[in-house]
Design a protein around this ligand. Structure first.
Ligand code: HPA
Ligand code: ZN
Length: 343
């Protein structure tokens, strides 16, 4: 009987909630700061890591946007994405749907095309080297205006061959999905898929709005749905994937400790829950560490873990044939790994 860690690592998994800027490790951030002569407010890896102690989402975002300033040319975005894909591959991620924040870069004078070119080059390289597939999702910063998002959507459409979907992230409270209804209408009319962060710090009403007004295919986070029992029933009935990020939720104090996370309750209620890393360089782990944290903290069984992996494939934007292939591979592993000793 292998270890729980080996069991989780060997399950084919999709990562559906990963901000590529949030995978910028201190080592790479400092190398890029030196390369560009950019001033980072932190002088060492230790100083950077020590700053990663957050009271809420906004405290995190302030540091995250400051550090992203070292990303300047296409090679930087390439190196960032290739580092992430290599780590994800080592953890059994076979497919990654990756968020990026165009406005964080275009507002600093970095061209949209520079970002997409660097990311895409790495993602295609990862396909050849690691056999991984990917999708790119451009997120609008919800603390900025709808007009700014609409201008950004026009740039997304120029690169629609490389971009599958649009999303919504940044400071949630006070910036409801309804603010972006017209932007998402246009995105869908142009053939893009949609997702949105909702119900991380914001109320269940934001999840309703994301579903009804933005017509999203998934809810990112969504953990506050539990405050609205009818919404929980709807999410279960419609099998809307929730891209839950357990270590993020503890770091940003959505839950005070992993043992109090509601992931297991949502899973047991039949929701299509997935496990993801959000901003792994800031929150203490990539996808494997997130699975293991909830396994230990909530006492998940191998059957739970296999369900989470299956949900990640089913909730992805892969085509049906690819989904069937990976689900069969998960089923085969789960049958092997759920022998009489259980763990
Ligand atoms: N929430 C909102 N915006 C974000 C996050 C998050 O968890 N990570 C990066 N941008
Ligand atoms: Zn996120």
């Amino acid at each position: 009987m292998g270890s729980m860690e080996a069991f989780v690592r060997d399950l084919p998994k999709a990562e559906l909630h990963l901000h590529i800027e949030g995978s910028l490790e201190p080592e790479l951030a400092l190398r890029l700061a030196r390369k560009h002569g950019a001033a980072l407010p932190y002088a060492s890896v230790e100083e950077l890591r020590a700053a990663y102690d957050f009271g809420n989402l906004q405290e995190f975002l302030d540091i995250y946007y400051a550090v992203a300033d070292v990303l300047r040319d296409a090679d930087d975005f390439h190196d960032l994405a290739l580092d992430y894909m290599r780590r994800a591959h080592e953890q059994g991620v076979v497919h990654a749907e990756i968020f990026f924040d165009p406005q964080t870069h275009t507002a600093r004078g970095i061209a949209f095309g520079t970002v997409v070119e660097g990311l895409s080059r790495a993602l295609i390289e990862a396909q050849h080297r690691f056999g991984m597939t990917h999708r790119l999702i451009a997120c609008f910063l919800r603390h900025l205006s709808a007009a700014d998002a609409m201008r950004t959507l026009n740039e997304v459409l120029e690169y629609r061959g490389a971009i599958t979907a649009v999303g919504l992230d940044s400071s949630e409270v006070g910036h409801p999905p309804s603010k972006f209804a017209a932007v998402f209408d246009r995105a869908r009319a142009q053939g893009l898929l949609t997702v949105a962060h909702a119900g991380e710090e914001g109320p269940p009403a934001y999840i309703h709005e994301a579903l009804d007004l933005l017509r999203v295919r998934r809810i990112d986070h969504g953990v506050r749905c539990e405050e609205d029992p009818e919404l929980v029933q709807r999410l279960a009935r419609e099998q809307i994937p929730l891209t839950v990020c357990p270590l993020s939720n503890v770091k940003l104090r959505v839950f005070d400790r992993i043992e109090h996370h509601n992931l297991k309750r949502l899973l047991d209620a039949g929701l299509r829950v997935t496990v993801n890393s959000d901003d792994p360089a800031y929150f203490g782990g990539y996808v494997l560490e997130n699975y293991l944290a909830v396994q230990r903290g909530l006492g998940l069984t191998r059957a739970h873990l296999a369900t989470l992996a299956r949900n990640s494939i089913e909730g992805s934007f892969l085509d049906d044939a690819a989904k069937r292939h990976w689900v069969a591979a998960i089923d085969a592993r789960a049958d092997n790994g759920s022998g009489p000793t259980g763990s």
